[in-house]
Design a binder for this molecule. Sequence first.
Ligand SMILES: Cc1cc2nc3c(=O)[nH]c(=O)nc-3n(C[C@H](O)[C@H](O)[C@H](O)COP(=O)(O)OP(=O)(O)OC[C@H]3O[C@@H](n4cnc5c(N)ncnc54)[C@H](O)[C@@H]3O)c2cc1C
Length: 236
Amino acid sequence: MPYTQELKELIKRVEATRPARVEMARRNEHYPALSMEEREKVLEKYHPDYQKEGRRVVRVGPNKGDLFQEEVADLLESRSMLRPQRVDLSQVHYETDVLIIGGGGAATSAALMASEKGAKVIMATKLRHGDSNTVMAEGGIQAATQECDSPFYHYLDTVGGGHFTNDPKLVAALAHDAPLSIAWLEELGMMFNKLPDGRLFVTHSLIFKALASTILASCCRKWVCKNKIFRIFKRK
Ligand SMILES: Cc1cc2nc3c(=O)[nH]c(=O)nc-3n(C[C@H](O)[C@H](O)[C@H](O)COP(=O)(O)OP(=O)(O)OC[C@H]3O[C@@H](n4cnc5c(N)ncnc54)[C@H](O)[C@@H]3O)c2cc1C
């Protein structure tokens, strides 16, 4: 779809003001982040998930009573594509110890770990193995891998970022396992950006800071010592 005229005008404005912003960034000056109220207003005005129109309540099934976009509600109410009368459960085609549904990072990790322990594993995924959000990830990972960092701070930041609604046990597992997962990924051959001395390259991300208390809260990692947020980068 070509850019609309309105979008073209906006692109011109962004281009015209870019040199001034680059100069600001060089002076280490940044525009102040929006307050929570200001963010809420912008989201309510522009984000499709915040629009009241075009949604309806699902009438049947496990999602009964939930509000979704019309199209999603239609899908959730539709009949299953499976025809039980055509499935003969007395005929076993495949046998396995562990059946994993999906083929993204979580599924693949589960499959690798189960098979390392000697279990027979079958993965069933709707597309090709790897067709998933995991391969789309921008590359930043939050984990306490630095000298002055610790899973303790990771835990506190995540709980705070999640406005104290996270499940504490899950956050504790996430914060504790994160450095171990990074080491495990490295063992498997994942290449992370590194400093010349071999330490992981980490950076302060303004975007993550801005989002820390909103959408990506539970993924965000803040290093309290210097008010920096660490992101470890996958090498592209
Ligand atoms: C553009 C983008 C950028 C991102 N950047 C970052 C980042 O920088 N840092 C970060 O931490 N996170 C990031 N994320 C989020 C991160 O990618 C996901 O949270 C994470 O990959 C989820 O992993 P997963 O294995 O749980 O799910 P997925 O990777 O989504 O895997 C789900 C799997 O299940 C399969 N599946 C779905 N439905 C069915 C079904 N009915 N039957 C069978 N199989 C099914 C899918 O095909 C897929 O293989 C990003 C996400 C996107 C989209």
